[in-house]
Design a protein around this ligand. Structure first.
Ligand SMILES: NC(=O)c1ccc[n+]([C@@H]2O[C@H](COP(=O)([O-])OP(=O)(O)OC[C@H]3O[C@@H](n4cnc5c(N)ncnc54)[C@H](OP(=O)(O)O)[C@@H]3O)[C@@H](O)[C@H]2O)c1
Length: 220
C-alpha cells in the first residue's frame, strides 16, 4: 500500500508557548513534508522543512498566496494587559485568527486546529471567554471539513515573560479537579498534532480534562 503524500501544515503563534511545542512536533511528524510558519518576526529556526512567512498581521491579505496548506494550527493570542485595550485584544484574538481561517479555507485547507480556552462561549459574561467563544463559532462555520477546538484551563510550561496572575492560578489549581487543572503546553501541542493526523470530519471540542488523553491517543 502506498502512503499518502506528505501534508503541508500552517502554524500561527509558533513563537508562543503552545506554538513552540507545536512547531517541534510538526517538524518531527512524518505526516508533514512542509511546515509554514506565519509570524510577525523571524524565528531562529533553520530546518529545511520550515518556511517562514513574516508579516504584520494587520496586512495578512498581502501574503495570502503563501498561505496554502492542508492543516492549519492556531495558537495565536495575547492578553488584555499586553494588548493595551479590549478592542486591541479582540483584533488579535478574534480578528487575526478569523482572517487566517478564511484565507486558508479559501486556499483548500481541510483541517483547522484552534487553541481556545476553558469557558469559551459567545454568550459568556466574561469578555475574554466571549471573544474565544465567538472565534470558535467563526471557525466552526468557516467551511473546513474537519475542526478541532481545544479548551485548556491555565497553560503550564516555561514562559520567558512574567505573568503573575497566571502563575498564581497555576499554583492554586494544581490540586483542583481535573476539569480545571493546568495543562502543559506540550500536551496541548501533542493533542493538536495527533488529532490533525486523524482529521476526522466535523467539529470536535476537546475539554481541558480530556486534552491529555487526546495527546496520549496520538502516542505521545
Ligand atoms: N495562557 C494561558 O494560561 C491560556 C489559557 C487558556 C487559553 N489560552 C490561549 O491559548 C492560546 C495559546 O496560548 P500561549 O500561552 O501559548 O500563547 P503565547 O505564549 O502568549 O503566544 C502567543 C502567540 O501569539 C502571537 N501574537 C501575539 N500578539 C500578536 C500580534 N499582534 N500579531 C501577531 N502575532 C501575535 C505571539 O507572537 P510574538 O511572540 O511575536 O508576540 C505568539 O506567537 C492563546 O490563544 C491563549 O489565549 C491561554
Amino acid at each position: 500500500m502506498t502512503s499518502p503524500p506528505p501534508r503541508v501544515a500552517l502554524l500561527c503563534g509558533a513563537s508562543g508557548l503552545v506554538g513552540g511545542y507545536c512547531l517541534t512536533r510538526l517538524v518531527a511528524s512524518p505526516v508533514y513534508g512542509r511546515v509554514v510558519v506565519l509570524t510577525r518576526r523571524t524565528l531562529p529556526v533553520a530546518d529545511p522543512k520550515v518556511a517562514q512567512v513574516v508579516v504584520d498581521f494587520a496586512q495578512l491579505a498581502t501574503v495570502a498566496d503563501q498561505l496554502a496548506a492542508d492543516h492549519v494550527f492556531c495558537a495565536l493570542g495575547t492578553t488584555i494587559t499586553k494588548a493595551g485595550s479590549r478592542e486591541r485584544f479582540r483584533t488579535v484574538d478574534y480578528g487575526y485568527p478569523t482572517e487566517i481561517a478564511h484565507l486558508t479555507q479559501d486556499r483548500g485547507a481541510c483541517h483547522f486546529s484552534l487553541v481556545s480556552a476553558l469557558g469559551a462561549s459567545p454568550s459568556s459574561r466574561v469578555f475574554y471567554s466571549r471573544i474565544k467563544g465567538e472565534l470558535e463559532e467563526t471557525v466552526r462555520t468557516a467551511g473546513f471539513a474537519s475542526v478541532t477546538v481545544l479548551r485548556p484551563s491555565v497553560i503550564a510550561g516555561p514562559r520567558r515573560e512574567s505573568r503573575p496572575a497566571e502563575r498564581l492560578s497555576r499554583w492554586l489549581l494544581a490540586l483542583a479537579p481535573r476539569a480545571v487543572r493546568p495543562v502543559h503546553a506540550d500536551t496541548i501541542a501533542a493533542a493538536m498534532v495527533a488529532r490533525a493526523a486523524l482529521a476526522r470530519p466535523g467539529v470536535e471540542v476537546i475539554a481541558s480534562r480530556d486534552i491529555a488523553a487526546a495527546a496520549r491517543a496520538g502516542g505521545s
